[in-house]
Design a protein around this ligand. Structure first.
Ligand SMILES: CC(C)(COP(=O)(O)OP(=O)(O)OC[C@H]1O[C@@H](n2cnc3c(N)ncnc32)[C@H](O)[C@@H]1OP(=O)(O)O)[C@@H](O)C(=O)NCCC(=O)NCCS
Length: 94
């Protein structure tokens, strides 16, 4: 149905979320929101105070999803070496 991948070690009080993915046929049915809430609860219970993550600039669906979940944009990186797209960085304080 879907998965969410968090870093195993915090940097300071922050943790990186590497990826969140919902199977195509389950999208738009709040599965991603539930996965995100579960991940945030997991972090809070371990005293993690912020989650940061990035996605590609062209991923407008993910950008809308993260913003709806309360993540704010903290940086925009121009196209990195060998990448075809730039990246946008988000952060949420828990
Ligand atoms: C991004 C992703 C995880 C969202 O999961 P989801 O289960 O479809 O999201 P939800 O149903 O919980 O949506 C929550 C909110 O996010 C926003 N959102 C989600 N998908 C959206 C889309 N395609 N277009 C616009 N807004 C969207 C909406 O605001 C939505 O709230 P609403 O339903 O009240 O309008 C899913 O689309 C996905 O797996 N995409 C492919 C992988 C990916 O891009 N991952 C992120 C980058 S690593």
């Amino acid at each position: 149905m879907g998965f969410c991948l968090l870093a195993s070690e915090a940097v300071g009080n922050a943790l990186q979320m590497y990826s969140i993915f919902v199977d195509r046929k389950w999208r738009g049915q709040a599965v991603g929101s539930r996965l995100m809430a579960e991940a945030e609860g997991h972090c809070r219970s371990r005293n993690v105070r912020a989650i940061y993550l990035t996605t590609t600039l062209s991923n407008v669906n993910a950008t809308a999803f993260y913003r709806k979940a309360g993540y704010r944009i903290v940086g925009i990186h121009a196209r990195a070496y060998k990448e075809t797209d730039g990246r946008v960085a988000f952060c949420k304080e828990l």
